[in-house]
Design a protein around this ligand. Structure first.
Ligand SMILES: CC(=O)SCCNC(=O)CCNC(=O)[C@H](O)C(C)(C)COP(=O)(O)OP(=O)(O)OC[C@H]1O[C@@H](n2cnc3c(N)ncnc32)[C@H](O)[C@@H]1OP(=O)(O)O
Ligand SMILES: O=C([O-])CC(=O)C(=O)O
Length: 444
């Protein structure tokens, strides 16, 4: 930054400070939060329910976390399916988009429908992916989603039916764009071999991701079903999570779904939201570098204190992967993923790493409770990066796996908002500056 801009910026920040106490003075819901930390109600949804506390006589009582997709408990859904016979993500997509569990014929037809949309537009691969490599896959995907707008003959049709049609296309095409953009990136920037494996229309989305990313296209059934489970667990999280809300805020203006997706992807990239999976991986790498896999609890506690005291990692004072805006005692997705992660760690001979994560989780939760007096829990992204690493996925792709899962939620909320709200979202901000006289240039 130039000295001049630095000077005017410093001057402006000292002149335009906003005192924190003004939030309570004017009863402004900072971060759209009530005083007890619960979210301000800003919408109605029938897509999913995120439960982390209950209210009794106006008092918030922390509870074990529960997540429901269209009224069905996600843990029941996972327990109820036969992992030998089918992948779940496509079924969850159907449930989230249409609001009921499909019968076998409906599920088969839906899978065929998705597969028929896998193909990218003519020359897209050459022109947009191979011809335009980028370092950051989240930003690349934002651009590509906006580019798909230009390939759509009627991109500004925002009717619910057209949104569903375009949304299905996005759900089907994003995995391929992500995998090809990643293979191009590592070829171009990291001198790795370039290969582009075509999608297999017989495969589920999880299987396709693995076969497109691996040079020999092979994967085990267990690997594909773990990735499938990750997509299922990320598929939706109510109307209040930042990226879904961003998508709905944008959709409420009547803009196109490609713009809404680009906004939602940008939101999801942040390390306090979906980017937490990458932030956790970097944090735990540093922790392991510092204290090793055989660290004692005392050593781990010290690192945790140093993170909270802004002396270690990115000096934000945040322990990534811990805490949640809704969940208090537990994030049900994290509990499921932690078990999967342990299973995979046993198979991949990486149990020590899993166990270190697990001890770190327990000690971090206890330290935050001791300091702040609040119940926090590990969130879904505490273990997801470790799972992806064990599946051989690069860090470049961690948050992209979140996008692939969450795309279905974004489409469903976008449509629900169009069908049942339609009102432009426009909250208010209280002006807290003083009013000033205009001063002529010669008198300043
Ligand atoms: C898929 C997802 O998006 S899941 C979330 C992924 N994000 C992360 O893992 C990043 C780390 N965690 C966090 O930053 C937070 O826990 C969030 C953003 C997820 C939730 O934030 P909030 O809803 O504001 O949390 P909450 O109201 O419970 O916080 C209470 C206090 O605990 C602190 N706190 C909460 N989590 C953490 C954490 N992981 N590390 C340090 N302090 C924390 C908050 O900063 C806040 O402190 P303050 O009262 O001094 O301001
Ligand atoms: O609900 C939230 O705020 C964040 C989250 O866990 C998600 O979007 O999956």
């Amino acid at each position: 930054m130039s000295e001049f801009i630095d000077y005017v910026f410093q001057r402006s920040t000292s002149l335009n400070k906003i005192d924190n106490s003004l939030y309570s003075k004017y009863n402004v819901k900072n971060g759209l939060r009530n005083e007890d930390g619960t979210g301000v109600l800003v919408g109605l949804t029938r897509i999913s329910d995120v439960v982390g506390y209950k209210k009794e006589n106006g008092k918030k009582i922390d509870t074990e976390g529960e997540l429901y997709y269209r009224g069905v408990k996600v843990s029941d859904f996972i327990k109820g399916h036969d992992p030998k016979n089918r992948f779940l993500f496509e079924e969850v997509c159907f449930l989230i988009l249409f609001g009921y569990l499909p019968n076998k014929d409906e599920l088969d037809a839906f899978k065929k429908e998705l597969a028929s949309r896998y193909d990218l537009p003519l020359n897209y691969l050459q022109a947009r992916i191979l011809g335009f490599p980028m370092q950051n896959m989240m930003n690349k995907l934002q651009q590509e989603v906006l580019m798909l707008y230009t390939y759509d003959e009627n991109p500004d049709d925002i009717s619910p039916e057209a949104t569903l049609n375009k949304g299905l296309d996005l759900i089907a095409k994003i995995p391929e764009i992500v995998c090809y953009a990643y293979r191009t990136k590592v070829h171009y920037f990291d001198s790795d071999s370039l290969f582009i494996h075509p999608v297999n229309t017989e495969y589920s989305i999880a299987e396709n991701i693995l076969q497109m990313l691996r040079i020999d296209r092979s994967f085990t059934k267990i690997e594909a079903s773990v990735l499938d489970m990750c997509l299922v667990l990320h598929a939706d999280h109510g109307g209040g999570n930042n990226s879904t809300f961003t998508n709905v805020v944008m959709s409420s203006t009547g803009t196109d779904i490609y713009s809404c997706f680009a906004g939602a992807i940008g939101s999801l990239k942040g390390p306090k939201h979906g980017g937490a999976n990458l932030a956790v991986a970097k944090q735990m790498e540093l922790v392991i570098d510092k204290v090793g896999l055989n660290a004692t609890d005392e050593q781990l506690k010290q690192v945790i204190k140093d993170i909270l005291d802004k002396k270690f990692n990115d000096q934000s004072g945040l322990i990534y992967g811990i805490g949640h805006a809704v969940y208090t005692l537990s994030d049900p997705r994290c509990q499921i993923l932690s078990k999967q992660c342990k299973q995979l760690a046993i198979e991949k001979n990486r149990l020590k790493e899993y166990e270190l994560y697990h001890r770190f989780e327990e000690l971090a939760v206890a330290e935050i409770k001791a300091r702040k007096g609040i119940n926090v829990c590990a969130n879904i992204d505490f273990y997801s990066g470790l799972v992806y690493d064990m599946l051989g996925l690069s860090k470049d792709l961690y948050t992209l796996m979140f996008v692939i899962g969450r795309s279905v939620g974004w489409v469903a909320h976008n449509i629900e908002n169009k069908l049942y709200s339609g009102k432009i979202i426009r909250p208010a901000g209280k002006y807290v500056g003083e009013k000033k006289e205009y001063i002529k240039m010669e008198n300043r």
